[in-house]
Design a protein around this ligand. Structure first.
Ligand code: ADP
Length: 576
């Protein structure tokens, strides 16, 4: 029910329209439901053979039909005026929530299955609305019919109530089965969607390892499960059709039989009999519509629930209630006795980290893979909150800044920048509020990227491909440097590429980095020790702990030092 209440909250945003809509719908439903009453009037007055009275009844009947048709159009029109903006609001809210959710949520999520769940939810939003309208109409038809039946004769009303109660009970049981099977089917479908999306994203890896056939077989296996679940889901509909159909037809028989008995014993007249006939002829097919709508609502409920589930996810890394909002910062960073473990990960990704980085200083973090270098940056950006200790920028705990302010102080050049499938200019200017060609070109020049761009036939308008596949690793990093230069942050983080770049690319990247660095505070996550030689200080990490700190010369002097060992290892490899 919580799901439907959320659904109605979106509709309620347009409450005045909604109230008018419900009133019109009520009128339309009543005028449509009362039509069998005209049959009774006609039959009863046929005997009197008053021609003009019959004409008046017929004219009234046609008038009600025309009125009903016109307000039916009005209900659809008004319904769309509410439904279309409400579904847009829901989409925007879900999307905004996904954007707000923590880094941790995004590392766990499965893009493919999330997209497929969103698509289904969006569809369900429209369907649910139409299901409710139809159920409302059917409900009004039933109430009108019930009142007329009571007026005609209680004995005819009783089997009607009996059929309805039995059907409601049956629907309840069958819908539970149907919903469970729908959930199983949805899971199977999400699994397939996830495999396909993962394959599309990792097409290079699939091709490198010639795994096409293997991937096809993997998909086929998942499709076997999918077919099985779909088969079970479809069969639950057949079960519904048989049981509900039988009970309803039995009910029709009972009502007609009793009405006939009452007619021959003179308890009701022929007009009443025709009225009962007219109502059940119109209503029993609608009873089937009611089953279909309830069945559909049960399905939509599952889809909407999954859609709105995102809204229930709580943001763990929250903005402060009254944030500190400095206009600019100097760039001092303090890690004050910081401990951190990833949720569900191994203990102590970072342990006892105490370090002060002065404004304008360049500190390089080195250490083997998994030592905790990237984690430090994630903590600095508040992708996660520390478990113990504090991180300060200009002596203010970073929890006291808004996340967006904090991240605007820090510019990142990731190891493998992922680009938007758009033109180069868009990707360079992403951090700006509006694209400024001059600034973009100047930043590209500083990042040693302009020579390459000028050689492209469409220059800054060149599309980079999905995730930036049309650019090399080095070019992507220089593009990320250009992007960072444009936003002009006081703290910069350079995550050096692990992949081997040719020395020309490496030189271009390093040149542009140091040019962009100027008097900013810089953190380098270094994989090549040649880069760190220029750093003011080098921090060596091992298993989440700081094990050595010093500049290049100092660290080389430590006979048993890790840095000295790494340096020797790398220079030996380079010489070879
Ligand atoms: P480095 O950057 O030095 O290679 P990381 O900071 O990425 O190392 O990782 C430090 C440790 O945290 C590693 O043991 C790694 O497996 C673990 N880790 C990194 N990211 C996650 C995550 N999202 N969930 C759980 N554990 C993680």
């Amino acid at each position: 029910m919580k799901t439907f209440s959320l659904f109605f909250q979106f509709l309620w945003r347009y409450k005045y329209l909604f109230i008018v809509f419900v009133f019109i719908l009520l009128f339309q439903s009543i005028s449509s439901a009362i039509q069998p009453y005209f049959y009774k009037l006609i039959v009863n007055n046929l005997v009197s053979a008053d021609y003009w009275l019959l004409v008046r009844i017929l004219l009234l009947y046609v008038g009600v039909r025309i009125f009903e048709n016109l307000i039916s159009v009005a209900t659809y029109y008004l319904g769309d005026r509410i439904l279309i903006p409400a579904s847009r609001d829901a989409r925007v809210k879900v999307f905004a929530q996904v954007q707000d959710l923590d880094f941790a949520y995004h590392t766990e999520k499965n893009t493919g299955s999330l997209i497929s769940a969103f698509k289904r939810g969006d569809n369900a939003f429209f369907e649910t609305f139409h299901n409710f309208i139809d159920l409302f109409r059917i409900g009004i038809t039933f109430i009108v019919m019930f009142l007329f039946f009571v007026d005609v004769d209680w004995w005819v009303t009783l089997p009607l109530l009996f059929v309805l109660i039995v059907n409601v009970f049956l629907i309840r049981c069958l819908i539970l089965v149907n919903m469970t099977r729908r959930k199983e089917f949805n899971n199977a479908e999400d699994e397939i969607s996830a495999i396909i999306t993962d394959n599309l994203i990792n097409f290079e890896t699939v091709k490198f390892f010639a795994k096409e056939v293997w991937e096809r077989l993997r998909l086929k296996k998942s499709f076997d499960n999918w077919s099985d679940k779909l088969w079970r889901f479809s069969n639950s509909f057949r079960l519904m059709d048989i049981s509900l159909g039988t009970v309803s037809n039995f009910g029709v028989g009972m009502i007609l039989f009793i009405a006939l008995q009452r007619l021959v014993t003179g308890k009701i007249d022929s007009g009443d009999f025709v009225l009962v006939l007219g109502f059940i002829a119109g209503f029993f097919p609608r009873l089937f519509d009611m089953f279909f709508n309830l069945r559909s609502l049960a399905t939509r409920h599952v889809d909407l629930r999954r859609y709105f589930q995102v809204l229930e996810e709580s943001v763990l890394v929250e903005d402060p209630k009254s944030p500190v909002r400095p206009v600019s910062i100097r760039g001092k960073i303090v890690f004050d006795d910081v401990d951190f473990s990833y949720p569900g990960g191994k203990e102590g990704a970072i342990a006892d980290l105490g370090l002060t980085i002065k404004p304008g200083e360049t500190v390089a973090f080195v250490g083997s893979s998994g030592a905790g270098k990237s984690t430090i940056v994630k903590l600095l950006l508040r992708f996660y909150d520390v478990d113990r200790g504090r991180i300060l920028i200009d002596d203010v705990d970073i929890k006291r800044f808004t996340k967006s302010d904090l991240r605007s102080f820090i510019g990142i050049v990731p190891q493998e920048p992922v680009l938007f499938n758009d033109i180069i200019a868009y990707n360079i200017g992403y951090g700006l509020d509006c694209l400024n060609q001059k600034k973009i070109a100047a930043a590209a020049k500083m990042a040693n990227l302009s020579d390459f761009i000028e050689l492209l036939p469409e220059k800054y308008q060149t599309m980079v491909g999905e995730r930036g596949v049309k650019l090399s690793g080095g070019q992507k990093q220089r593009l990320a440097i250009a992007r960072m230069i444009l936003t002009n942050p006081q703290i910069i983080v350079f995550d050096e590429a692990t992949s081997q770049l040719d020395s020309e690319s490496e030189k271009l990247i390093q040149e542009s980095f140091w040019r962009a660095k100027k008097n900013k505070t810089a953190i380098i996550i270094a994989h090549r020790l040649s880069t760190v030689r220029r750093a003011d200080r080098i921090v060596v990490l091992s298993d989440g702990r700081v094990v050595e700190v010093g500049n290049h010369q100092n660290l080389l002097r430590q006979k048993k030092g890790i840095y000295r060992r790494l340096w020797r290892l790398q220079t030996r490899v380079d010489k070879n």
